[in-house]
Design a protein around this ligand. Structure first.
Ligand code: GDP
Ligand code: MG
Length: 164
């Protein structure tokens, strides 16, 4: 069967936007307020003659800060258990957060292949320095992307399929 690629990250970082960009259609719901992604959305994707299935792990995202972390940990664990490669997505505008660091620790310890995406890099020239901060997560090279502007997606997918 096809490799599974799970998209994991905090609410509002752009998981569903990336998912839709990869799926080529609007399957997952994008909204400013968290809590709207339908539970576990799948789509088939091809990149460089490699076929795989992507999952938007967003699920029913919490809108209360105190349960965001526990739910992220739960989603990360599902991804660790079921995915061949994990795309961990962060938000350059929010910068590195404690929740990002804690989930990165889980992913690193799982020894699953992780590709780190730094989203909302709509203007690489002015945001380049902010992307470097994400090296501190200790899960490798941060790939700057703009899920909305569909930029940086090719390099990200090259990294993903290199793990199959
Ligand atoms: P999710 O909660 O992680 O699934 O995040 P969503 O995909 O629902 O996106 C949350 C918000 O971020 C929405 O308002 C999106 O339009 C916005 N967003 C997503 N990707 C980008 C991007 O590349 N650049 C900018 N500026 N905004 C983005
Ligand atoms: Mg979502």
């Amino acid at each position: 069967s096809k490799p599974i690629v799970a998209i994991v990250g905090r609410p509002n970082v752009g998981k569903s936007t990336l998912f839709n960009a990869l799926a080529g259609e609007m399957i997952s719901i994008v909204k400013d307020t968290p809590g709207v992604t339908r539970d576990r959305i799948y789509a088939d994707v091809s990149w460089l003659d490699r076929d795989f299935t992507i999952i938007d792990t967003g699920g029913i995202e919490p809108d209360s800060q105190d349960i965001i972390l526990s739910q992220m940990r739960e989603q990360a664990q599902i991804a660790i258990d079921s995915a061949d490669v994990i795309i961990f997505i962060t938000d350059v505008r929010q910068g590195l957060t404690d929740a990002d660091s804690q989930v990165a620790d889980m992913l690193r310890k799982s020894r699953r292949p992780v590709v780190l995406a730094v989203n909302k890099v709509d203007n690489y020239k002015s945001q380049q320095m902010d992307v470097y901060e994400f090296y501190n997560l200790g899960i490798g090279e941060p790939f700057p992307i703009s899920a909305e502007g569909k930029q940086g997606i090719g390099d990200l997918l090259d990294a993903v399929v290199s793990h199959f």
